[in-house]
Design a protein around this ligand. Structure first.
Ligand SMILES: NC(=O)c1ccc[n+]([C@@H]2O[C@H](COP(=O)([O-])OP(=O)(O)OC[C@H]3O[C@@H](n4cnc5c(N)ncnc54)[C@H](O)[C@@H]3O)[C@@H](O)[C@H]2O)c1
Length: 439
């Protein structure tokens, strides 16, 4: 083992290594906090000055991170934040947690990975370990990061510095599986890279799962998310088929879920949301297109899932029609805007498409979400109504898009004229009630 590796490993083992997290969002901030809690000196680097200000003031802007913990780590001098990438000059270990969205064309937007890598390359020094956490297509760590880091620094991977990929699996709002206890897959460019990265991560995370390469680690994440996307697509299509057949899809799913093996329960809904499931599989299909291969399951599931908001609006229109009303001019209250219950994450939420389509059909749309006070669409803005019960009473139809657990469903049921429930939020209490239309 060369001297720079053994010095780095020593610092990782005794937690005297200084580390940086690039990108302090839903993934980066919890990671920074977990390592600071384990005793490392952590600096977060993010171009968003508001986030930096908040952290340095001892505040958290992520639901899963406790503000008091940030304040305590700040006070203890374990956590700092800056917009200045020069901070990387003094660190031994760097996690990259920047966004990987899609462009308007549907192609991967790698600009955040590229810009953070360029900044990092300028500060790369011998004895450094770098882990990319952003979800991306297989080959990114080797093709984009490695080539840039070696070219700019003149250093050699596996000898002077260590590079690995470790996918993040955080599920916002979840409390049983968190950054600390979620098993963490780690694959290096070389064997030494994988070993150093696994050693580092095992200092603060409970279970590290080493794999043989960055490509295996990148692809494992895409398998996980594609599995989810395809199964959601399947169950959404089940909902469409059950509608044609006049069968309650929710009862079918509950019945199937009594099988003790070989079945995993997924539920239909108004469409996919969040930063991962609707997007990540498209990174894989994009990469495969360049190899003249069509990722058929991904394309099909994506088509079905993308059409769900339109299907929901059709159901609203039909339900109003049954009550002798047109969607045009009707008052529609959308309940819930976040992409899933009990969180404030609006990214890729189908609620935006549902509201946009309702507005296109000239409905008078209002919405309520206890976690999202304001919606900013390209073409319109809306404020959450103050009182959902009062708004439900006034509405011609209430459309449940997100089944937040703090809604008073029995009272909403009593006070609404008509409900389209895309999440089976009313469940048994609405059984047989003709004013509740389920997906
Ligand atoms: N949010 C999730 O639930 C989740 C789960 C698993 C994986 N991921 C993946 O993790 C990655 C990060 O996701 P996120 O949800 O934390 O995103 P986020 O948007 O919440 O946070 C990303 C942060 O990176 C910052 N940033 C942008 N450019 C930067 C740069 N050049 N250098 C440093 N920081 C920069 C942004 O200002 C932002 O604060 C994505 O690839 C995502 O797919 C997210």
């Amino acid at each position: 083992m060369n001297e720079s590796r053994s010095a780095l490993e020593r610092k990782l083992r005794d937690h005297s290594a200084k580390m940086a997290v690039l990108g302090l969002g839903y993934v980066g901030l919890p990671l920074a906090v977990v390592f600071a809690e384990a005793g490392f000196d952590v600096v977060g680097v993010d171009p968003d000055a508001k986030k930096i200000e908040a952290i340095n003031a001892g505040q958290s802007y992520i639901g899963d991170v406790d503000g008091a913990q940030v304040a305590r780590l700040r006070k203890a001098g374990k956590l700092q934040a800056t917009t200045d990438f020069a901070a990387l000059a003094n660190v031994d270990a760097v996690s990259i947690c920047v966004p990987t969205p899609l462009r308007k064309t549907g192609d991967p937007d790698l600009s955040y990975i590229l810009s953070s890598t360029e900044q990092l390359a300028k500060q790369l020094h011998p004895g450094m370990v770098i882990v990319l956490e952003s979800t991306t297509y297989p080959g990114t760590t080797r093709e984009l990061l490695l080539s840039k880091l070696e070219e700019v620094s003149g250093l050699k991977v596996g000898k002077d510095f260590y590079l690995a990929f470790s996918p993040e699996r955080v599920d916002p709002g979840r409390t049983d599986w968190t950054t600390v206890n979620m098993p963490k897959v780690v694959g290096g460019i070389t064997q030494a890279c994988g070993e150093v990265a696994a050693l580092w991560y095992s200092q603060a995370l409970q279970t590290v799962v080493p794999v043989s390469s960055t490509e295996v680690a990148e692809m494992a994440k895409l398998l996980e998310n594609t599995f989810r996307m395809v199964n959601v697509g399947l169950v959404n299509e089940m909902a469409l088929m059950c509608d044609r057949l006049g069968i309650d899809v929710w009862e079918v799913i509950d019945a199937a879920a009594t099988k003790p093996f070989g079945f995993m329960k997924f539920t239909p809904g108004p469409g996919l949301g969040g930063h991962c499931i609707p997007i990540d599989p498209l990174y894989l299909s994009w990469k495969l297109k360049s190899l003249n291969y069509t990722a058929r399951f991904i394309e099909l599931a994506s088509e079905i899932n993308t059409n769900m908001p339109r299907y929901v609006v059709d159901r609203v229109q039909e339900a109003l029609n049954e009550h002798g009303k047109a969607l045009n001019g009707s008052q529609v209250l959308v309940l819930g805007a976040a992409y899933k219950p009990d969180i404030d994450d609006l990214r890729e939420s189908p609620s935006l498409d549902v509201i946009a389509l309702l507005r296109q059909k000239k409905a008078q749309v209002s919405y309520h979400d206890p976690y999202i006070p304001h919606l900013d669409h390209e073409d319109w803005t809306l404020d959450s109504v103050a009182d959902p019960l009062k708004a439900a009473k006034a509405a011609d139809v209430v459309v449940v898009v997100t089944n937040h657990s703090n809604y008073d469903y029995p009272t909403l049921l009593k006070n609404s004229k008509l409900i389209v429930d895309t999440r089976n939020a009313f469940g048994q209490i609405a059984k047989g009630d003709p004013k509740v239309v389920k997906l």
